[in-house]
Ligand binder design. Structure first.
Ligand code: ZN
Length: 334
C-alpha cells in the first residue's frame, strides 16, 4: 500500500473523537501485517491508543492522534491533493510516519516506535493514558505530528480554558431596583477583559483571548440571577500571571472556574530544518514521560478542522523524507 492509499484508507474509517475503535483496530491489523509488535492500550470502553515497535530499544518515536473533529468527510483525491477529514489532521501524518518508519526499517534502522492516541481533539485522555505506559521510559525523542507546513515547530502556545461566572438577584424586570443583574455584571467584566493587555512572551508571541460562549438569565422579564462566559486563552507564559491578571480585572465581581490548562511548550531545535512557533496545542504537554518532544507535519493548520481540509500529495511525500531524516539524526545524536 503506497503513501496515498494508506492516507485514504485511514480517512475512509470515520473516527470522530469518541469513535476511534474501528480505525484503531485497522491500524493494529495493518501494522501487524507489516511485522510490527502492536499493543492496543485501553483508554475507555471503545477507545484504544495504538502502540507499535520493532525491537527492545525503541528510542525515537513517531506520534500523532487517530481521532478527528466532526463531521466525517470522506476522501476525494485529484492529481495534486487529497481532500477530506483527517487529510492533514492527522491521518495523512500517520501515513507519512508509517511510510518513513518502514523506509527506516528497510535500511536496518529499527530503534523506532509508533504511538497513536485517541481523544486529542477533545481532552487528550489518550495522551494522558499513554504517559503511564512502560514503553515511555525507552523513548528518548518523540516526533509528534500536527500540520506545521513541514516546518519544525520549536514552540507551541498553551491553552487555558475557563469560565467566568456571575451571580445576581432575580426580580421582576419592571422593578429593576429590586434585583441585581448577573448579565450586566458579566458584560462589564467582559468589556474590561477585552481592554486588557495580558502578559506575553517574546518567543511565543501574543497571548490571545477568545470569548467563545456566553449564556445566562431565565426570561426576558426577569432580572438575570446568573450568567457565565467561556474563554479560551492561548498562553505564551505560564498560567499564573494570566490568571492573576484576570482576577485583577474581575475584582470580585465574578468567579473563575478553570476547565483545563496546558502550558506553552518549547521543543527541540534541529539544524537544517525550517523552524517556527505555532499557536495551537497538541498532545505534547501530556506526554512528558516520552523523551524530548519535536513537532513536524505536512499540511496547514489553517485548513485543519474546516470543511475544505486537504493535504498536498507532494507535502506528504516530503514529510516522509523529513521524518526519516529527523529520526536518523536523533538516533545518531543519542
Ligand atoms: Zn491534530
Amino acid at each position: 500500500m503506497n503513501l496515498f492509499e494508506l492516507t485514504t484508507s485511514l480517512m475512509n474509517i470515520p473516527s470522530v473523537s469518541g469513535d476511534e475503535e474501528a480505525v484503531g483496530f485497522w491500524l493494529r491489523d495493518h501494522l501487524q501485517s507489516l511485522g510490527w509488535k502492536v499493543e492496543l492500550q485501553k483508554v475507555s470502553e471503545n477507545q484504544n491508543n495504538v502502540i507499535a515497535w520493532l525491537n527492545d530499544k525503541p528510542r525515537v518515536w513517531f506520534s500523532t492522534h487517530i481521532d478527528t473533529v466532526p463531521p466525517f468527510i470522506p476522501p476525494v483525491v485529484d492529481d495534486e491533493k487529497i481532500y477530506g477529514r483527517g487529510a492533514c489532521d492527522a491521518k495523512g501524518i500517520i501515513a507519512a510516519q508509517i511510510t518513513a518508519a518502514e523506509e527506516l526499517r528497510g535500511r536496518g534502522v529499527e530503534d523506532i516506535g509508533l504511538l497513536y492516541t485517541v481523544e486529542e481533539e477533545r481532552s487528550s485522555t489518550g495522551a494522558r493514558a499513554a504517559n503511564e505506559h512502560p514503553l515511555a521510559a525507552k523513548c528518548e525523542y518523540m516526533i509528534n505530528g500536527e500540520p506545521t507546513d513541514n516546518e519544525l515547530a520549536i514552540g507551541s502556545k498553551g491553552s487555558f480554558r475557563l469560565k467566568i461566572k456571575t451571580t445576581g438577584k432575580a426580580a421582576h424586570s419592571a422593578y429593576p431596583e429590586q434585583g441585581d443583574s448577573a448579565i450586566e455584571k458579566l458584560l462589564e467584566i467582559l468589556a474590561d477583559v477585552r481592554q486588557t493587555k495580558f502578559p506575553s512572551e517574546e518567543f511565543f508571541g501574543e497571548t490571545t483571548v477568545n470569548i467563545g460562549t456566553i449564556e445566562g438569565g431565565v426570561a426576558l422579564n426577569v432580572i438575570a440571577p446568573h450568567a457565565e462566559a467561556g474563554l479560551l486563552i492561548r498562553l505564551t507564559t505560564p498560567r499564573e500571571p494570566i490568571e492573576n491578571a484576570l482576577k485583577n480585572v474581575i475584582r470580585g465581581r465574578g468567579e473563575i472556574e478553570v476547565l483545563s490548562c496546558s502550558e506553552p511548550v518549547k521543543m527541540l531545535e534541529v539544524d537544517g530544518f525550517r523552524q517556527k512557533t505555532v499557536r495551537f496545542t497538541t498532545d505534547i504537554p501530556y506526554l512528558t514521560n516520552w523523551g524530548q518532544p519535536l513537532l513536524l507535519g505536512p499540511g496547514s493548520i489553517l485548513v485543519a478542522h474546516t470543511k475544505d481540509e486537504f493535504v498536498m500529495k507532494r507535502d506528504l511525500t516530503q514529510a516522509v523524507e523529513l521524518y526519516s531524516d529527523l529520526a536518523v539524526r536523533l538516533l545518531r545524536s543519542s
